[in-house]
Write a protein that binds this ligand. Structure first.
Ligand SMILES: Nc1ncnc2c1ncn2[C@@H]1O[C@H](COP(=O)(O)OP(=O)(O)OP(=O)(O)O)[C@@H](O)[C@H]1O
Ligand SMILES: [Mg+2]
Length: 336
């Protein structure tokens, strides 16, 4: 990129896409921007932007670029592009579990928040179509905007892009009773028809188990690695093993396992109490042939923040350690 093109990009990076507080550049809607003899030609994708905003967006882009020195004339053209062509995602992590209620969504939310705190661009694809809980943890209930050509995610308080069935249903309490094929289709649509734009990380919250839906995700989406969550309550290693084996069968890398509700820290003494029995972390790691990425305590503060939709406020040493190990695993290093 030459200096003047960099200036153009910088200017367009200040123009926010209607419906989401991210810029044209961040959403990867700038298809082309060139300057010749003071004449700037910009091509923008109008994907997921409803027609009523088209002229408004053009005007904004013109205004942002006209400020630049040496610019005499600006034209902006809109083109159609498929969301998939616009999505430029560096790494995709899927979080799964053998059974329900073990803290998958929680791990997804904490990891996304950790990435966001580091200034990374991160998104969450809630692939739990029938039991979506991500929007609740982040306290979100806005409806995503879009057009016939695509749909935009909702932005969380800390700037995490989120797409979930929950955001699309008429009421938050509405139950989704769908069969496998329909569910698979919904997940594929979250992948193919949502404009995620440029992201460093996309984290996918899978429904529990090893059924159709997680299978679809592993097949249809180029996953960099999966993380398997379990609790010490789990009676056998079989469940964890089954989930891990499914990933391996699909040739998807298992980044590691996470033990949630591993212990309780006694407030008076700071002592760790393993209320559900001794940690199974090492056993599970061994059984699945992947490292133990972390152990999260049962923390009343965590439960409270989940209920209040303020998960982004949580931080702890256990989460920092988990996060560091996930990053290390992604970069191909073993944990430690
Ligand atoms: N370590 C923890 N400390 C305190 N509360 C927790 C912890 N982990 C999970 N919870 C509570 O349990 C609830 C369920 O967790 P979560 O939704 O992450 O599980 P899940 O595996 O995604 O469930 P599902 O299978 O239904 O999708 C959370 O809303 C939270 O209130
Ligand atoms: Mg969940």
């Amino acid at each position: 990129m030459n200096p003047i093109e960099a200036k153009l990009e910088e200017a367009l990076n200040k123009v926010l896409v209607p419906g989401i507080m991210r810029s044209l550049v961040q959403m990867n809607l700038v298809r082309n921007a060139e300057i010749k003899d003071g004449k700037v030609k910009i091509t923008l994708a109008s994907t997921a932007i409803s027609a009523e905003y088209h002229d408004w967006l053009k005007d904004k882009a013109v205004a942002a670029v006209r400020e630049l020195s040496g610019v005499k004339e600006v034209t902006v053209d809109l083109v159609e592009a498929k969301p998939k062509e616009l999505n430029q995602i560096e790494r995709i992590i899927a979080v799964m579990s053998g059974k329900g209620g073990v803290g998958k969504s929680l791990v997804v939310s904490l990891l996304a928040t950790s990435f966001a705190r580091q200034g990374k661009d991160v998104g969450i694809l809630d692939a739990d179509i029938t039991g979506p809980s991500i929007p609740k943890m982040f306290g979100l209930n806005a409806r995503p905007s879009g057009s016939e050509t695509g749909i935009l995610p909702i932005l969380s308080r800390s700037g995490i892009e989120i797409m979930s069935m929950n955001l699309l249903l008429p009421s938050e309490d509405e139950a989704v009773i769908w069969r496998g094929p329909l569910m698979s289709k919904a997940i594929t649509q979250f992948w193919e028809e949502v404009v995620w734009g440029k992201l460093d990380y996309l984290i996918i919250d899978l429904p529990p188990g090893t059924g159709d839906a997680p299978l679809t995700v592993l097949q249809a989406i180029p996953i960099s690695g999966v993380i398997d969550v379990f609790t010490p309550q789990e009676l056998t290693e079989m469940i964890v093993k089954k989930a891990v084996r499914m990933a391996q069968k699909m040739n998807v890398r298992v980044l590691g396992v996470v033990e949630n509700m591993s212990y309780l820290v006694l407030p008076e003494t700071g002592k760790k109490l393993e209320i559900f029995g001794r940690s199974k972390g090492e056993e599970m790691a061994k059984a699945s042939g992947a490292p133990l990425l972390g152990r999260l305590p049962l923390d009343p503060e965590l439960a409270k923040l989940c209920d209040e939709g303020k998960i982004e406020k949580y931080s702890s040493d256990a989460v920092s350690e988990l996060f560091a190990n996930v990053v290390a695993a992604l970069n191909g290093k073993s944990e430690g």
